[in-house]
Design a protein around this ligand. Structure first.
Ligand code: SF4
Length: 400
Protein backbone atom coordinates (compact mmCIF):
# COMPACT_ATOMS: atom_id res chain seq x y z
CA UNK A 1 0.00 0.00 0.00
CA UNK A 2 1.29 3.43 -0.88
CA UNK A 3 2.16 5.69 2.00
CA UNK A 4 0.43 9.06 2.02
CA UNK A 5 2.40 12.10 0.93
CA UNK A 6 3.10 14.59 3.69
CA UNK A 7 1.63 18.01 2.92
CA UNK A 8 4.02 19.84 5.24
CA UNK A 9 7.17 18.83 3.41
CA UNK A 10 8.78 21.02 0.76
CA UNK A 11 8.67 18.21 -1.83
CA UNK A 12 6.26 15.42 -2.71
CA UNK A 13 7.57 12.88 -0.27
CA UNK A 14 6.30 10.50 2.36
CA UNK A 15 7.44 10.76 5.94
CA UNK A 16 9.46 7.54 5.54
CA UNK A 17 11.23 9.16 2.58
CA UNK A 18 12.13 12.05 4.80
CA UNK A 19 13.34 9.88 7.62
CA UNK A 20 15.68 8.04 5.26
CA UNK A 21 17.13 11.24 3.79
CA UNK A 22 20.48 12.37 5.14
CA UNK A 23 20.16 15.76 6.72
CA UNK A 24 21.46 18.46 4.42
CA UNK A 25 25.17 18.83 4.81
CA UNK A 26 27.09 22.05 4.52
CA UNK A 27 29.44 22.01 1.57
CA UNK A 28 32.10 19.55 2.62
CA UNK A 29 35.57 20.78 1.94
CA UNK A 30 38.00 18.04 1.17
CA UNK A 31 41.05 20.15 1.71
CA UNK A 32 42.00 21.18 5.21
CA UNK A 33 42.20 22.49 7.68
CA UNK A 34 38.64 22.46 8.93
CA UNK A 35 37.00 21.95 12.27
CA UNK A 36 36.55 18.34 13.26
CA UNK A 37 33.58 19.42 15.40
CA UNK A 38 31.64 20.49 12.30
CA UNK A 39 31.57 17.03 10.72
CA UNK A 40 28.83 14.45 11.15
CA UNK A 41 29.75 10.80 10.93
CA UNK A 42 28.49 10.82 7.34
CA UNK A 43 30.60 13.88 6.45
CA UNK A 44 33.64 12.27 7.99
CA UNK A 45 33.05 9.02 6.12
CA UNK A 46 33.03 10.91 2.81
CA UNK A 47 36.12 12.75 3.88
CA UNK A 48 37.92 9.58 4.85
CA UNK A 49 36.86 7.84 1.61
CA UNK A 50 38.14 10.82 -0.37
CA UNK A 51 41.50 10.22 1.25
CA UNK A 52 41.43 6.52 0.30
CA UNK A 53 40.99 5.23 3.86
CA UNK A 54 38.72 2.52 5.20
CA UNK A 55 35.23 3.39 6.52
CA UNK A 56 35.90 2.02 10.02
CA UNK A 57 38.52 4.77 10.50
CA UNK A 58 35.60 7.17 10.94
CA UNK A 59 34.43 5.40 14.07
CA UNK A 60 37.98 5.23 15.40
CA UNK A 61 38.39 8.96 14.97
CA UNK A 62 35.01 9.82 16.50
CA UNK A 63 35.81 7.61 19.49
CA UNK A 64 39.20 9.20 20.05
CA UNK A 65 37.85 12.71 19.90
CA UNK A 66 34.46 12.51 21.61
CA UNK A 67 34.80 9.53 23.93
CA UNK A 68 38.46 9.63 24.91
CA UNK A 69 38.72 13.41 24.39
CA UNK A 70 42.03 13.06 22.57
CA UNK A 71 42.67 15.76 20.01
CA UNK A 72 46.37 15.12 19.45
CA UNK A 73 46.65 12.79 16.46
CA UNK A 74 50.04 11.58 17.70
CA UNK A 75 48.26 9.86 20.59
CA UNK A 76 45.83 7.97 18.32
CA UNK A 77 47.80 4.77 18.53
CA UNK A 78 45.61 2.62 16.26
CA UNK A 79 46.22 4.89 13.24
CA UNK A 80 49.28 4.60 11.03
CA UNK A 81 52.04 7.18 11.35
CA UNK A 82 51.48 8.47 7.81
CA UNK A 83 47.73 8.80 8.29
CA UNK A 84 48.26 10.67 11.58
CA UNK A 85 50.53 13.14 9.82
CA UNK A 86 47.95 13.61 7.06
CA UNK A 87 45.12 14.16 9.55
CA UNK A 88 47.11 16.85 11.29
CA UNK A 89 47.01 19.01 8.19
CA UNK A 90 43.29 18.40 7.65
CA UNK A 91 41.61 19.14 10.98
CA UNK A 92 41.55 21.70 13.73
CA UNK A 93 39.99 21.30 17.17
CA UNK A 94 39.36 24.91 18.06
CA UNK A 95 36.47 25.60 20.41
CA UNK A 96 34.70 28.89 21.15
CA UNK A 97 36.64 30.77 23.81
CA UNK A 98 34.98 31.45 27.14
CA UNK A 99 35.19 35.20 27.72
CA UNK A 100 33.18 35.31 30.92
CA UNK A 101 31.69 32.68 33.15
CA UNK A 102 29.19 33.86 35.75
CA UNK A 103 27.37 32.04 38.49
CA UNK A 104 24.02 33.09 39.89
CA UNK A 105 23.04 32.80 43.55
CA UNK A 106 20.61 30.06 42.44
CA UNK A 107 23.38 28.00 40.77
CA UNK A 108 22.65 29.01 37.16
CA UNK A 109 25.82 29.60 35.16
CA UNK A 110 26.19 31.82 32.14
CA UNK A 111 28.96 31.68 29.53
CA UNK A 112 29.87 34.39 27.08
CA UNK A 113 31.60 32.73 24.12
CA UNK A 114 33.85 34.42 21.60
CA UNK A 115 33.31 32.92 18.16
CA UNK A 116 36.64 34.20 16.88
CA UNK A 117 35.49 37.03 14.63
CA UNK A 118 34.59 39.47 17.38
CA UNK A 119 31.12 37.96 17.56
CA UNK A 120 29.88 36.59 20.86
CA UNK A 121 26.97 34.48 22.06
CA UNK A 122 25.74 33.36 25.44
CA UNK A 123 24.81 29.93 26.74
CA UNK A 124 23.27 29.13 30.12
CA UNK A 125 23.54 26.07 32.37
CA UNK A 126 20.49 25.56 34.56
CA UNK A 127 20.68 23.05 37.40
CA UNK A 128 17.56 21.54 38.97
CA UNK A 129 16.85 18.55 41.22
CA UNK A 130 17.03 15.95 38.51
CA UNK A 131 18.70 17.60 35.53
CA UNK A 132 21.43 19.92 34.33
CA UNK A 133 20.12 21.73 31.28
CA UNK A 134 22.25 23.63 28.79
CA UNK A 135 20.46 26.43 26.94
CA UNK A 136 22.39 26.89 23.73
CA UNK A 137 22.52 29.67 21.10
CA UNK A 138 22.13 29.17 17.36
CA UNK A 139 22.73 32.71 16.03
CA UNK A 140 24.46 35.95 16.92
CA UNK A 141 21.45 38.24 17.35
CA UNK A 142 18.08 37.38 15.84
CA UNK A 143 15.84 38.75 13.11
CA UNK A 144 12.54 37.58 14.61
CA UNK A 145 12.22 40.74 16.70
CA UNK A 146 9.99 39.30 19.41
CA UNK A 147 9.21 42.39 21.45
CA UNK A 148 9.71 40.83 24.91
CA UNK A 149 13.19 39.47 24.08
CA UNK A 150 16.50 41.22 24.62
CA UNK A 151 18.18 39.23 21.82
CA UNK A 152 15.41 40.35 19.48
CA UNK A 153 16.52 43.95 19.92
CA UNK A 154 19.82 43.02 18.35
CA UNK A 155 19.53 42.35 14.60
CA UNK A 156 20.96 39.13 13.25
CA UNK A 157 24.72 39.47 12.84
CA UNK A 158 25.37 35.97 11.66
CA UNK A 159 24.27 32.36 11.93
CA UNK A 160 26.51 30.06 13.94
CA UNK A 161 28.41 27.27 12.25
CA UNK A 162 27.86 23.65 13.27
CA UNK A 163 31.13 23.49 15.17
CA UNK A 164 30.24 26.65 17.10
CA UNK A 165 27.04 25.03 18.35
CA UNK A 166 28.74 21.73 19.21
CA UNK A 167 31.54 23.78 20.78
CA UNK A 168 29.17 25.48 23.27
CA UNK A 169 28.20 22.04 24.57
CA UNK A 170 31.77 20.72 24.72
CA UNK A 171 33.04 23.80 26.53
CA UNK A 172 30.20 23.91 29.05
CA UNK A 173 30.60 20.18 29.74
CA UNK A 174 34.37 20.56 30.16
CA UNK A 175 33.82 23.35 32.70
CA UNK A 176 31.66 21.19 34.95
CA UNK A 177 33.36 19.50 37.86
CA UNK A 178 34.56 15.92 37.40
CA UNK A 179 31.67 13.45 37.24
CA UNK A 180 28.98 16.05 36.48
CA UNK A 181 27.24 15.96 33.16
CA UNK A 182 24.79 17.93 31.08
CA UNK A 183 21.56 15.91 30.89
CA UNK A 184 19.39 18.12 28.66
CA UNK A 185 19.93 20.60 25.84
CA UNK A 186 17.45 23.28 24.84
CA UNK A 187 17.85 25.43 21.74
CA UNK A 188 16.39 28.46 23.50
CA UNK A 189 19.41 30.73 23.69
CA UNK A 190 20.15 33.50 21.23
CA UNK A 191 18.67 33.14 17.76
CA UNK A 192 15.86 31.26 16.06
CA UNK A 193 17.11 27.67 15.49
CA UNK A 194 14.90 27.18 12.42
CA UNK A 195 16.49 30.25 10.82
CA UNK A 196 19.76 28.29 10.89
CA UNK A 197 18.49 24.74 10.34
CA UNK A 198 21.46 23.16 8.56
CA UNK A 199 23.91 23.94 11.36
CA UNK A 200 21.41 23.22 14.15
CA UNK A 201 20.37 19.80 12.89
CA UNK A 202 23.91 18.84 11.93
CA UNK A 203 25.03 19.71 15.45
CA UNK A 204 22.24 17.48 16.81
CA UNK A 205 23.43 14.61 14.58
CA UNK A 206 26.96 15.07 15.91
CA UNK A 207 25.94 15.28 19.57
CA UNK A 208 23.65 12.25 19.31
CA UNK A 209 26.03 9.96 17.43
CA UNK A 210 26.60 6.63 19.21
CA UNK A 211 30.32 6.84 18.55
CA UNK A 212 30.57 10.39 19.80
CA UNK A 213 28.90 12.21 22.68
CA UNK A 214 25.92 9.83 22.43
CA UNK A 215 23.45 12.40 23.76
CA UNK A 216 19.81 11.29 23.82
CA UNK A 217 17.59 12.91 21.17
CA UNK A 218 14.70 12.80 23.63
CA UNK A 219 16.68 15.11 25.90
CA UNK A 220 17.03 17.79 23.24
CA UNK A 221 14.34 20.44 22.75
CA UNK A 222 14.27 22.76 19.77
CA UNK A 223 12.28 25.91 20.44
CA UNK A 224 10.87 27.97 17.59
CA UNK A 225 9.02 31.23 17.25
CA UNK A 226 7.05 29.50 14.49
CA UNK A 227 8.89 29.17 11.17
CA UNK A 228 6.21 26.76 10.02
CA UNK A 229 7.82 25.37 6.79
CA UNK A 230 10.92 24.27 8.73
CA UNK A 231 9.18 22.66 11.70
CA UNK A 232 9.07 19.20 10.06
CA UNK A 233 12.78 18.94 10.77
CA UNK A 234 12.15 18.72 14.51
CA UNK A 235 10.00 15.61 14.08
CA UNK A 236 12.50 14.16 11.59
CA UNK A 237 15.37 14.65 14.05
CA UNK A 238 13.30 12.94 16.79
CA UNK A 239 13.88 15.81 19.17
CA UNK A 240 11.25 17.64 21.20
CA UNK A 241 9.33 20.66 19.98
CA UNK A 242 8.75 23.83 21.96
CA UNK A 243 6.86 26.76 20.46
CA UNK A 244 6.96 30.35 21.67
CA UNK A 245 3.25 31.03 21.62
CA UNK A 246 2.94 34.13 23.78
CA UNK A 247 -0.55 35.02 22.63
CA UNK A 248 -4.08 33.73 23.15
CA UNK A 249 -5.25 34.78 19.65
CA UNK A 250 -3.75 36.21 16.45
CA UNK A 251 -4.10 39.80 17.54
CA UNK A 252 -2.37 39.35 20.90
CA UNK A 253 0.36 37.21 19.37
CA UNK A 254 1.06 39.58 16.50
CA UNK A 255 1.43 42.42 19.01
CA UNK A 256 4.51 40.75 20.54
CA UNK A 257 5.68 38.40 17.78
CA UNK A 258 5.84 39.90 14.27
CA UNK A 259 6.38 36.41 12.79
CA UNK A 260 2.66 35.81 13.39
CA UNK A 261 1.92 38.03 10.39
CA UNK A 262 3.79 35.56 8.18
CA UNK A 263 2.50 32.31 9.75
CA UNK A 264 -0.59 32.78 11.83
CA UNK A 265 -1.82 30.73 14.77
CA UNK A 266 -3.97 28.43 12.62
CA UNK A 267 -0.97 27.41 10.47
CA UNK A 268 1.24 27.13 13.52
CA UNK A 269 -1.13 24.91 15.49
CA UNK A 270 -1.80 22.69 12.45
CA UNK A 271 1.93 22.07 12.25
CA UNK A 272 2.04 21.33 15.98
CA UNK A 273 -0.76 18.77 15.59
CA UNK A 274 1.21 17.18 12.76
CA UNK A 275 4.24 16.94 15.04
CA UNK A 276 2.25 15.25 17.80
CA UNK A 277 0.71 12.78 15.31
CA UNK A 278 4.10 11.80 13.94
CA UNK A 279 6.02 11.63 17.20
CA UNK A 280 3.29 10.78 19.71
CA UNK A 281 4.91 13.45 21.83
CA UNK A 282 3.52 16.60 23.42
CA UNK A 283 4.34 20.07 22.19
CA UNK A 284 5.52 22.53 24.82
CA UNK A 285 3.98 25.98 24.44
CA UNK A 286 5.86 28.83 26.06
CA UNK A 287 3.73 31.71 27.19
CA UNK A 288 5.37 34.86 28.51
CA UNK A 289 3.23 36.68 31.04
CA UNK A 290 3.31 40.43 30.38
CA UNK A 291 1.75 42.81 32.84
CA UNK A 292 -1.63 44.08 31.62
CA UNK A 293 -1.11 42.51 28.17
CA UNK A 294 -1.40 38.76 28.52
CA UNK A 295 -1.79 38.08 32.25
CA UNK A 296 -5.53 38.33 32.86
CA UNK A 297 -7.91 35.51 33.80
CA UNK A 298 -9.80 35.88 30.51
CA UNK A 299 -6.48 35.49 28.69
CA UNK A 300 -5.86 32.21 30.53
CA UNK A 301 -9.30 31.01 29.42
CA UNK A 302 -8.67 32.04 25.81
CA UNK A 303 -5.28 30.28 25.90
CA UNK A 304 -6.96 27.11 27.13
CA UNK A 305 -9.58 27.31 24.38
CA UNK A 306 -6.92 27.88 21.74
CA UNK A 307 -4.71 24.95 22.68
CA UNK A 308 -7.12 22.37 24.07
CA UNK A 309 -7.15 20.19 20.95
CA UNK A 310 -3.34 20.07 20.68
CA UNK A 311 -1.58 17.46 22.86
CA UNK A 312 0.55 19.89 24.79
CA UNK A 313 1.83 21.31 27.99
CA UNK A 314 2.13 25.00 28.67
CA UNK A 315 5.08 26.67 30.34
CA UNK A 316 4.18 30.02 31.87
CA UNK A 317 7.18 32.34 31.95
CA UNK A 318 6.74 35.56 33.95
CA UNK A 319 8.44 38.32 31.97
CA UNK A 320 12.07 38.99 32.88
CA UNK A 321 12.86 42.64 32.57
CA UNK A 322 15.86 43.90 30.60
CA UNK A 323 17.24 47.33 29.69
CA UNK A 324 14.85 49.24 27.42
CA UNK A 325 12.08 46.65 27.88
CA UNK A 326 8.63 47.68 26.63
CA UNK A 327 6.88 45.48 29.19
CA UNK A 328 6.70 44.77 32.89
CA UNK A 329 6.54 41.64 34.96
CA UNK A 330 3.11 40.98 36.52
CA UNK A 331 2.77 40.85 40.29
CA UNK A 332 3.23 37.49 42.02
CA UNK A 333 -0.50 37.39 42.81
CA UNK A 334 -1.44 37.89 39.16
CA UNK A 335 1.04 35.21 38.07
CA UNK A 336 -0.37 32.80 40.64
CA UNK A 337 -3.98 33.54 39.64
CA UNK A 338 -3.19 32.92 35.94
CA UNK A 339 -1.49 29.64 36.80
CA UNK A 340 -4.35 28.57 39.09
CA UNK A 341 -6.95 29.28 36.40
CA UNK A 342 -5.14 27.08 33.87
CA UNK A 343 -4.87 24.33 36.49
CA UNK A 344 -8.58 24.65 37.25
CA UNK A 345 -9.28 24.21 33.54
CA UNK A 346 -7.27 20.99 33.54
CA UNK A 347 -4.35 22.30 31.48
CA UNK A 348 -1.01 20.52 31.81
CA UNK A 349 0.79 23.65 32.96
CA UNK A 350 4.08 24.53 34.57
CA UNK A 351 4.91 27.87 36.12
CA UNK A 352 8.56 28.24 35.17
CA UNK A 353 10.70 29.23 38.12
CA UNK A 354 12.86 32.17 37.12
CA UNK A 355 16.54 31.23 37.22
CA UNK A 356 19.66 33.32 36.76
CA UNK A 357 18.03 36.76 36.85
CA UNK A 358 20.88 38.23 38.91
CA UNK A 359 23.38 37.40 36.16
CA UNK A 360 20.99 38.33 33.38
CA UNK A 361 20.72 34.74 32.25
CA UNK A 362 16.96 34.30 32.55
CA UNK A 363 14.67 33.58 29.64
CA UNK A 364 14.58 36.48 27.15
CA UNK A 365 17.56 38.25 28.72
CA UNK A 366 20.41 36.96 26.57
CA UNK A 367 22.45 39.25 24.38
CA UNK A 368 25.91 39.40 22.93
CA UNK A 369 26.19 43.02 24.04
CA UNK A 370 27.69 42.24 27.40
CA UNK A 371 26.86 44.43 30.37
CA UNK A 372 27.74 44.19 34.01
CA UNK A 373 24.71 43.58 36.22
CA UNK A 374 24.41 43.96 39.95
CA UNK A 375 24.67 40.88 42.10
CA UNK A 376 26.53 38.76 39.58
CA UNK A 377 29.50 36.72 40.57
CA UNK A 378 32.23 36.54 37.95
CA UNK A 379 33.89 33.15 38.28
CA UNK A 380 36.00 33.48 35.19
CA UNK A 381 39.11 33.16 37.33
CA UNK A 382 37.72 30.55 39.67
CA UNK A 383 38.60 26.92 39.39
CA UNK A 384 35.13 25.58 38.74
CA UNK A 385 35.45 22.23 37.04
CA UNK A 386 39.21 22.31 37.42
CA UNK A 387 39.74 24.76 34.56
CA UNK A 388 40.59 28.41 34.55
CA UNK A 389 38.47 30.25 32.06
CA UNK A 390 39.94 33.74 32.08
CA UNK A 391 40.74 34.91 28.59
CA UNK A 392 43.14 37.57 27.49
CA UNK A 393 40.81 38.63 24.66
CA UNK A 394 38.35 40.24 27.11
CA UNK A 395 40.33 43.45 26.98
CA UNK A 396 40.71 43.23 23.23
CA UNK A 397 36.93 42.99 22.84
CA UNK A 398 36.34 45.79 25.28
CA UNK A 399 34.84 43.48 27.93
CA UNK A 400 36.32 44.58 31.21
S1 SF4 B 1 12.48 34.98 21.48
FE1 SF4 B 1 13.87 33.72 20.21
S2 SF4 B 1 13.07 34.04 18.12
FE2 SF4 B 1 12.22 35.71 19.35
S3 SF4 B 1 13.70 37.41 19.11
FE3 SF4 B 1 14.27 36.25 20.97
S4 SF4 B 1 15.84 34.82 20.24
FE4 SF4 B 1 14.73 35.54 18.43
Amino acid sequence: MNEKLVPWAPAQMTFSDYMSQPLPADAIRFEGPQSFYGLTMMDLEKFIAHHGKEKYRTQQLYKWVYEKKVTDFEQMSNLSKDFRAELKSLFTFELPKVLTHLKSVDGTQKFLFDMGDRQTVEAVLIPSDDRMTLCISSEVGCNMACRFCFTGKQKLKRRLKTEEIVGQFLQAQALLPEGWRITNIVFMGMGEPLDNPEAVFKSIEILCNDWGVNFSRRKITVSTSGIVPEMWRIAASKTRLAVSLNGYDDESRTRVMPINRRWDITELLNECRQYTRLTKDLVTFEYVLLKGISDQIEHARALHKLTRDVPCKINIIPFNEHPGADFQRPSDDTIEAFHAELMRLGVHVLLRRTMGRDIFAACGQLTSAYKEHPGQMDISNSNLGGKHVADSRRGELGLR
